[in-house]
Write a protein that binds this ligand. Structure first.
Ligand code: ZN
Length: 527
């Protein structure tokens, strides 16, 4: 498979498909939006009647992106399925897996999942918490295709979907140049997936969209009907894999393909239990992935810390556009420099909530960092003795449904101080106190600095959480204190630098905790 092409941006003007080609289809002059509803084209029992190729405006970009959305595809079942096209994309691209939020942020269902993918923000911004879409804020956080049209209407955008809500609710809504919205719920997803593919391969081969979103629902239906552990689910993955192959072949058969730079992204909105079903808080329901292949995206990479919000940011990045303000995601081509992410993790020692094979945790801080546990009594659960470095999966498996799943802005490995889990085994008298100290940051004559990090804090009892700074060997001062819940927040704290200071250390002091809650932090930066 060839997904890369190294041509200069100047070729953009060379790849326009002649207007005659569009006119030859009998399509009217491109108008927007072009909505082809299932009912409009399928009023008889002829279920497989083809969807007419919609009017797709002639695109203007040599950088092009195809996003393929596969509803309810649990990534850990791909390897067991006959899925050569997905396997090849994984080998040729970057494959990042992660877990979703749970309630009360949002259910692990399609409305929140696709909204997170489309908008590049988490449900606390786009506000779609379940499949009612009540409270949605697409006005503030539009889907990536609608946002592209606002950035530059000359982008040609195309979307095809057979879960009708995505079109009706505006997740992939009327701002898009050409849309096909079918109704798998009434007409059946196996048939509608096939019709979506048949028309989309024509659009991708014979028309000139710049960014396309093609979404298919039947894998999710197979999950509901048979469970993700069943052969029928693997069979549905094998079928959808042939569809992925057809879309890739359509792209590669474009007459202008060698003058274009295509990126292909595959993703899903949620996982499934082994028995089938989702919406809840098990790890299997929370599983998602982002798989991307294209220019500048490392091949064969499986980095930790890719999250579902990264789909939209990757689309903008691959088009050479600045990341729009307010997005939570970042391009999959970006590589983290967070030192936590390079820590080797251990398997469980005493934490019974986590399966034995899962990595994991460590108490060994990154080079230059340190943990001070002088305020910690002996005993307690080993994994949570003072600040630990761990992952979403390891930490949230320790105990479900206590909001640990809501640290959506943490990535890869992050730091946790959790008095609630620590207290699950006997320990000496006294409260939980532990301080995490950063490596010293050089200041180079600056008079001010800004501390940035992401944090997830749940208040309980008399528990205290403070952020402190110190300069060289001087005294520490508190720059931030938490006294109420701070759910997955991005922080940015200005700090005045004393004259002559050369280095600054940041400390996170969690103390006076007595089987209360927890504090997590990640991605500390000083700028
Ligand atoms: Zn479903």
């Amino acid at each position: 498979m060839r997904l890369r092409n190294a041509m200069g941006a100047a070729v953009a003007v060379m790849i326009l498909i002649p207007t005659a080609a569009l006119a030859g289809s009998g399509a009217p002059t491109p108008s927007r939006p072009a909505l082809v509803s299932a009912k409009a084209v399928n009023t008889t029992a002829a279920q497989a009647e083809p969807v007419p190729v919609p009017a797709v405006p002639d695109g203007t970009s040599a950088d092009k992106v195809l996003v393929i959305g596969l509803d309810g595809l649990r990534h850990d079942r791909i390897a067991a399925a006959d899925a050569p096209n997905l396997d090849a994309l994984i080998a040729h691209g970057t494959f990042g897996t992660s877990l979703l939020y749970t309630a009360p942020m949002a259910a692990t269902s399609s409305g929140p999942g696709w909204s997170t993918i489309a908008t590049g923000t988490w449900p606390d911004k786009h506000k779609v918490r379940n499949n009612t879409f009540a409270g949605k804020r697409y006005d503030l956080y539009p889907g990536f295709l609608a946002r592209l049209e606002k950035i530059d209407p000359s982008y040609s955008t195309y979307a095809a979907m057979d879960w009708r809500s995505l079109g009706d609710q505006g997740t992939f809504g009327s701002g898009i140049d050409a849309r096909i919205v079918l109704d798998g719920d009434s007409d059946g997803y196996p048939v509608e997936d096939g019709r979506i593919i048949a028309v989309s391969e024509k659009v991708l081969r014979d028309r000139n969209p710049d960014v396309a979103f093609v979404s298919l629902g039947n894998v999710d239906i197979a999950g509901h009907d048979s469970g993700a552990a069943d052969q029928a689910y693997l069979n549905a993955i094998a079928t959808v894999d042939t569809y992925v192959g057809r879309l890739l072949a359509a792209v590669q058969s474009r007459s202008t393909y060698h003058d274009e730079r295509w990126t292909v992204i595959v993703t899903t909105d949620h996982g499934h239990t082994d028995a089938g079903g989702h919406g809840g808080s098990t790890v299997e329901e929370r599983r998602t992935f982002v798989l991307a292949a294209g220019p500048g995206i490392p091949a064969g990479a499986t980095p930790a810390g890719i999250r579902l919000v990264d789909v939209a940011a990757t689309v903008f990045g691959q088009l050479g556009l600045a990341r729009p303000a307010g997005l939570d995601g970042r391009s999959i081509a970006f590589r983290s420099t967070d030192p936590f992410d390079r820590l080797p993790l251990r398997r469980r020692v005493q934490e019974t909530g986590v399966p034995a094979g899962i990595r994991g945790f460590t108490h060994t801080a990154p080079p230059g960092w340190s943990v001070d546990n002088r305020g910690l009594p002996s005993g307690g659960v080993e994994e949570w003795r003072g600040w630990s470095f761990t992952t979403d999966e390891f930490w949230s498996r320790a105990q479900r449904d206590q909001w640990r799943e809501l640290f959506v802005r943490g990535r890869g490995v992050f730091a946790v101080a959790d008095s609630d889990e620590w207290d699950d085994r006997p320990h000496g008298t006294g409260t939980f106190g532990s301080t995490l100290a950063s490596a010293p940051y050089p200041l180079a004559d600056r008079r001010s600095a800004r501390i940035g990090y992401v944090t997830h804090y749940r208040q309980g009892g008399a528990q205290k959480a403070q952020v402190l700074v110190s300069f060289d060997r001087g005294r520490t001062k508190v720059v931030k204190a938490y006294t109420a819940d701070a759910v997955s927040k991005v922080e940015s704290i200005p700090v005045a630098v004393p004259v002559g200071a050369t280095r600054m250390t940041v400390r996170f002091r969690y103390s006076n905790a007595d089987n209360d809650w927890y504090w997590a932090i990640d991605d500390l930066r000083v700028t």
